[in-house]
Design a binder for this molecule. Structure first.
Ligand code: ADP
Length: 392
C-alpha cells in the first residue's frame, strides 16, 4: 500500500512516499520557497534532481508533486495512494494520538491557530489541497504535540494564574513529539526493555529535550510555543520574561519586534553574531572567535542543565540519546555535553563518538548510563500511523 508522508511549512513542503507495511521509501523530495520564487528537489533511487520553477502556492507544489509521481512511474494513477499523513505542529490538548482528518478535525486545527500562528495555517492549507486533489486517500494528522500529552499537570503547567490555563490554554505543550517518540522507542528496542528511563536530546536548528519513562513522556523542554527550553539556532529558549517589558520600555521596540528577535535573532546567531548553524560556530571556535566560543559554551551548558534536571526527575537514566542535525552530526557538541556530565559517571568513547548520522552506542563500557546516537525518522512514524489508521 502506498502512503505519502507530508511535512509542510509556511514556504516549504517535504514529502516521502512509502510502500507499506515494508516501510520502503519509493521517492522523496522537498519543495522550497513557495510563494517567493520556488524550486524543488526529488530524490529517487539514490539520485537527486533539482528544478527551479515558480511556486506561487502550496497547491501548485502539490500539483507538480502529483505530476512527478506519475512522470517517474512511482504511481500510474493517483488512486494508488491510499493514505496521506500530515505532520501537524499543534494539536493542543485535544490529540494525544494521530487521527483521521475530518471536517471536525479541520475545525479544531483552525481553533488552534492562535497557539501556532506560523504553523497550523500552512498545515491546514496543505491538508485541504490533498483532500481536493487526492480525494480517495485517507488523510491522517500526526501531531508534534501528541507524544507529550502524557505529561502530568504539575509538569505541564506554568506557575501563573490558573485561569490563564483554564481560559486561554496557557500550558506547556511540547513539540518534536514524533521525533521524541521514534527515538525513545528505538532506544527501548536497543536497550531490550520497555521499562526504561530515557533522555532524548533532539538538537537541530530547533531543539528540545524530553524525559521518557517506560515509553511515556514525563517532561519536555519546549513549552506553549517552540521558543522555550534550550538555546537553539536562532531562538533564545528559556528567558526571564521581564526582559520583554524592559526592552519595550527602554529600547523602543514593539512586543512583536521583541518576539521576532527572540525567535529569529537569538540563540547561537544572537550570541555569536556569526551564524545560527552549528557548523559555522564550530569553525569559529577553531579559529578562536571568542563570541563563537561563548555561544558554543552557552549552548552546551543549557543542554546539560536540562539533562541534569531530567536525570533527577527520572531518578537516573538508562540512556541519553542524541538526534537531529547537531545531535547526529556534531561529535564536538556531543563530547562537550557528556564531559560536563562526568560527575554522574557518564562517559563516552572518543573513537565510537567519531561518527556522523549512524545509529551508534557511543558510551564506554563503564559508563553509568548508555549514550546513543539515534538518527530520527519522523517520516516513517507518519507513514506508520497513516497506514494503521487507513486499515482500521
Ligand atoms: P531543523 O530543526 O531545521 O529540522 P535539523 O535537525 O535539520 O534542523 O538540523 C540542522 C542543523 O544541524 C544545522 O543548522 C546545523 O547546525 C546542524 N548540523 C548539520 N550537520 C552538522 C555537522 N556536520 N556538524 C555540526 N552541526 C551540523
Amino acid at each position: 500500500m502506498k502512503v505519502l508522508a507530508v511535512n509542510a511549512g509556511s514556504s516549504s513542503l517535504k514529502f516521502q512516499m512509502y510502500e507499506m507495511p515494508e516501510e520502503k521509501v519509493l521517492i522523496s523530495g522537498l519543495f522550497e520557497r513557495i510563494g517567493i520564487d520556488g524550486s524543488y528537489t526529488i530524490k529517487l533511487n539514490g539520485e537527486k534532481v533539482k528544478k527551479d520553477v515558480p511556486l506561487n502556492t502550496h497547491k501548485e507544489a502539490v500539483q507538480i508533486l502529483i505530476d512527478e509521481l506519475k512522470n517517474y512511474g512511482v504511481v500510474e494513477d493517483m488512486n494508488e495512494i491510499k493514505g496521506v499523513g500530515h505532520r501537524v505542529v499543534h494539536g493542543g490538548d485535544k490529540y494525544s494520538e494521530s487521527v483521521l482528518i475530518t471536517d471536525e478535525v479541520i475545525k479544531v486545527l483552525e481553533d488552534l491557530i492562535p497557539l501556532a500562528p506560523l504553523h497550523n495555517p500552512a498545515n491546514i492549507t496543505v491538508i485541504n489541497v490533498f483532500r481536493e486533489l487526492v480525494p480517495e486517500a485517507t488523510q491522517v494528522a500526526v501531531f508534534d504535540t501528541g507524544f507529550h500529552q502524557t505529561m502530568k499537570e504539575e509538569n505541564f503547567l506554568y506557575p501563573v494564574p490558573y485561569e490563564w490555563y483554564q481560559n486561554y490554554g496557557v500550558r506547556k505543550y511540547g513539540f518534536h513529539g514524533t521525533s521524541h517518540k521514534y527515538v525513545s522507542g528505538r532506544c527501548q528496542e536497543l536497550l531490550g526493555k520497555q521499562d526504561s528511563k530515557i533522555i532524548v536530546c533532539h538538537i537541530g536548528n530547533g531543539g528540545s529535550i524530553s524525559a521518557v519513562k517506560n515509553g511515556e513522556c514525563i517532561d519536555t523542554s519546549m513549552g506553549l510555543s517552540p521558543n522555550a527550553g534550550i538555546m537553539m539556532g536562532t531562538r533564545a529558549g528559556d528567558i526571564d520574561t521581564s526582559m520583554v517589558l524592559y526592552m519595550k520600555n527602554n529600547a523602543g521596540m514593539t512586543v512583536e519586534e521583541i518576539d521576532n528577535a527572540l525567535n529569529k535573532k537569538s540563540g547561537l546567531l544572537g550570541i555569536s553574531g556569526v551564524s545560527s548553524d552549528s557548523r559555522d560556530i564550530e569553525d569559529g571556535v577553531k579559529e578562536g572567535n571568542e563570541r563563537c566560543i561563548l555561544a558554543q559554551n552557552m549552548y552546551v551548558q543549557k543542554i546539560v542543565n536540562y539533562i541534569a534536571q531530567y536525570y533527577v526527575l527520572l531518578g537516573g537514566a538508562d540512556a541519553i540519546c542524541f538526534t537531529a542535525g547537531v545531535g547526529e552530526n556534531s561529535k564536538a557538541t556531543r563530547s562537550a555535553i557528556i564531559e560536563k556530565l562526568a560527575c554522574l559517571g557518564i562517559k563516552i568513547d572518543p573513537v565510537k563518538n567519531d561518527v556522523r548520522g549512524v545509529e551508534t552506542l557511543i558510551s564506554t563500557d563503564d559508563s553509568t548510563c548508555k549514550v546513543y546516537i539515534i538518527p530520527t525518522d519522523e517520516e516513517v512514524m507518519i507513514a506508520r500511523d497513516t497506514y494503521h489508521l487507513a486499515n482500521k
